[in-house]
Structure formats: C-alpha cells, structure tokens
Design a protein. Structure first.
Length: 280
C-alpha cells in the first residue's frame, strides 16, 4: 500500500521523515524507471509543493539551487558565465519534457557515475545542504556521493539544496560529453571545465570528468599545472599523466576503458580550447 504525502513546507517534510522511511519524489525521471512495479510502494514524500525548494538564485555567500528546481529552471536562471557548463549539461539531459520535470538534486541523489550534473557541480565546488528534524548540515559534493548509487544521507535526512560558494562564481566554463548519439544517451565520457583568468594568466582552474570512474572526479593535478598559463598556453596539448591516473574507467557495452581514457583527455583539451576562445 502506498501512503502519498505532499507537504507544503520543509518543516512538514522533515517531520514526516522523522516518523519513518519515505521515498522522496520530485521530478521522478529516475525514480519511476527504477521501479519494477506499476507504482511506488510504501510512503512517498512529494516535495514539489514546497515553493521554497524550487528557486535558483543568489544568496548570502553564493548561489543556491533548491531541491525541487528543475533543469529548465537552471537554464532560464540569470547566472554568471561560470554556470554556462551547467546550462550546457542541462540542455543535453534527455528531452525538453525531462528537463522540465527532472531536478539537479535528484540527479546527484541518484548517484549515477554518468549523472550529467555532477562534473559541473564539482567544478563549481558545490556544497550539498542536508536537513533533518535535528538540524541542518552541509557536505561538499565530492564527499556526498560515496559510490555507485551511494550517498552520505542518513535516515530522516533529505537534501534541500545545493550551494555554490562565491569563490567559484568567476571565470568561463564549458561542458562536453561523448555518447553514441547527441541526445537521450548515457555518456561514454563527459567533462566540465571552469577557468578564471586575470591579467592574461590562469588564476583558477576546475576540471571534472564523469563516466570514467565510480564517482565523477576532479583533476587536481591538471588544475595545478594550468595555474599561471597564458591564453595561448591554455590551448596547448595536455600531459596525459595529469589525467589518466585520476580516473578508473570500466569496460562496458558503451566503450572500453582505454577508449574512455582517450576520450576524456580529448574532451578536456577541446573544452579548454573553447574556454580560451571565449576569453580571446
């Protein structure tokens, strides 16, 4: 038997979670395909009626994306160029109908290695806002997803939003992904790149790769190597030793590990070239 709950506030939602386990539903674009029955069972907590969770915009210390904000909400939002990669990823998530229903928070809570939003959010140093009846806490996105379909969420907790810190709002960004076709496809590899330049030199770089490890991964070694580079140097060939060791791709029906490594390196290079062109 299903008990359908649709709270009007975060407080009501947290009170319901405190009473016992519940499946949290928002866009349901991942939830329903993963259900092998005609309907959801048990307690279902629908958070789409909580207006405070649907907003995308500036807050003290950065930008907040609410747990019920859809991909389309992000596309339409007035955000700095650092978010261009996230908007590019949003436009490649399924169809327009999926973009209108699916949520970014649902994407990270699903914790798929091929989640399109995760590399972009990693490159934005996103923090996950987690609430329960006992209070509020934050976790870096890099710590929130612990493995395939695994997160640090404890019983009684739910994600209420994503916080992008002010320090990550600068620069230009680019998202690229490789799949068997352009849309409606699970990625073979994808990358998100954000670069900030001052005085013609790189002062900050953030690069993340998805679909090439159990969890999307930042390339910290490459990021460090890019600091101080000029605009022309940003487009130079990359040192593969700064990319491959950070990744652990698998062989599957979409591609083998060697191809994924090669694809990831090429996508990073292309993304950096595109960013450099944007600065020119």
């Amino acid at each position: 038997m299903t008990a359908y709950l649709r709270p009007a506030s975060v407080e009501q939602a947290l009170a319901a979670l405190a009473e016992g386990p519940a499946v949290i539903a928002a866009g349901c674009t991942d939830l329903f395909p993963a259900t092998d029955r005609r309907g959801l069972e048990g307690r279902v907590l629908d958070i789409t009626g909580i207006g405070d969770l649907a907003s995308v915009g500036s807050v003290a210390g950065g930008v907040r994306i609410g747990a019920a904000a859809t991909w389309s909400d992000v596309i339409r939002a007035d955000l700095p160029a650092a978010f261009d990669m996230l908007k590019e990823a949003a436009r490649e998530v399924g169809s327009v109908q999926i973009q209108n229903a699916g949520t970014l928070v649902g994407n990270i809570c699903n914790a798929s290695p091929a989640a399109d939003g995760v590399p972009c959010l990693l490159a934005l140093d996103a923090e996950v806002e987690i609430a329960s009846a006992h209070g509020l806490r934050r976790a870096a996105l890099s710590e929130f997803i612990t493995g395939v379909r695994q997160t640090v969420l404890a019983p009684g907790e739910m994600v209420t939003g994503l916080i992008i810190p002010e320090r990550s709002l600068g620069g230009r960004s680019r998202f690229l992904k490789l799949g068997a076709r352009r849309y409606l496809v699970i990625s073979i590899a994808m990358v998100a790149v954000r670069v900030e330049m001052i005085g013609g030199r790189v002062v900050q770089a953030a690069i993340a790769v998805g679909s090439c490890s159990a969890v999307a991964t930042r390339l910290f070694g490459l990021e460090k190597a890019l600091i101080g580079r000029s605009l022309a140097e940003l487009s130079a060939p990359l040192d593969a030793s700064l990319i491959a060791p950070a990744l652990s791709p698998i062989d599957d029906i979409r591609a083998d590990a060697a191809y994924r490594l090669e694809a990831a390196a090429e996508l990073v290079h292309r993304a950096l070239c595109d960013v450099a062109e944007g600065f020119a």
